[in-house]
Design a protein around this ligand. Structure first.
Ligand code: TMP
Length: 235
């Protein structure tokens, strides 16, 4: 399929139109940002890792009944995906307290949660992605109550599948962010990416951080962490 006009450039990816309106091509960059773009840098090889890792995980999820936008990997950094309209929500699942959750509620990082939690942030850089609740989402017509049920059920199912998958490769899935979109038939499917940019991964034995927190917090060995995660996933 032919790559046509660039439709969108985000912090970590570009999205292109194709000659078929039902498909987009996403291209993953090495650019890294944190704190809503305040901190900027490059993580060499990140685009390749995030592209290939997302595709492996999307295939695993599809094999387990989760509908995703994945169609075909085109190159190290490019993937053909189904065209969707992204629902402007960051859908965040947590298994272990960390990051903004730890800060907000005064809970030490690393405390296992009694049950997985789900929260939403409104995807809006100008507003700094504020937390948003179900009633606000319905009132603002971002998603219907029925859609929210679908989104939540999918998110918890994805968590179970990912948690098991990562446990088998010696990784604790602390938390992650996903995005969903509506396809041409208004079905809600998983979109965006699942990668060290969008998940917290801790080594199961040592609790070493193997994700973007190494960049956010200046912990060093950023590239190495991305490559280590890719090595474990790409077995
Ligand atoms: P948080 O603890 O900073 O709220 O992050 C929760 C999860 O969401 C973590 O796995 C990192 C991911 N995340 C993103 O993918 N994009 C973002 O912009 C932020 C803030 C977090």
């Amino acid at each position: 399929m032919e790559k046509l006009k660039q439709l969108y450039e985000g912090k970590a990816k570009k999205v292109y139109a194709t000659d078929d309106e039902n498909f987009f091509i996403v291209e993953y960059k090495d650019d890294a940002t944190a704190f809503n773009g305040e901190k900027r840098g490059t993580i060499t090889g990140k685009g390749v890792v995030n592209n290939k890792m997302s595709n492996i995980l999307f295939k695993m999820l599809e094999a387990n009944g989760v509908k995703t936008h994945f169609v075909e990997e085109l190159s190290d950094r490019e993937t053909l995906v189904k065209a969707v309209k992204i629902i402007p929500l960051e859908i965040i699942i947590r298994n272990v307290a960390a990051g903004s959750f730890s800060k907000r509620y005064g809970v030490e990082e690393g405390r296992a949660l009694k049950a997985p939690t789900l929260e939403f942030s409104l995807k809006d850089d100008a507003l700094n992605d504020p937390l948003i609740n179900n009633s606000h989402i319905i009132a603002l017509d971002i998603a219907s109550e029925a859609e929210l049920k679908v989104i939540s059920d999918m998110a918890f199912k994805i968590n179970e599948l990912l948690k098991n998958y990562f446990a088998n490769i010696g990784v604790k899935l602390i938390d992650f962010k996903i995005e969903m979109g509506r396809d041409a038939n208004n079905n809600i499917i998983l979109a965006d990416e699942i990668s060290p940019d969008t998940c917290r991964f801790w080594d199961a034995k040592t609790n070493e951080k193997l994700d973007k927190d190494r960049f956010r917090r200046d912990l060093g060995n950023v590239e190495e962490a991305y490559q280590e995660m890719f090595k474990r996933v790409n077995k």
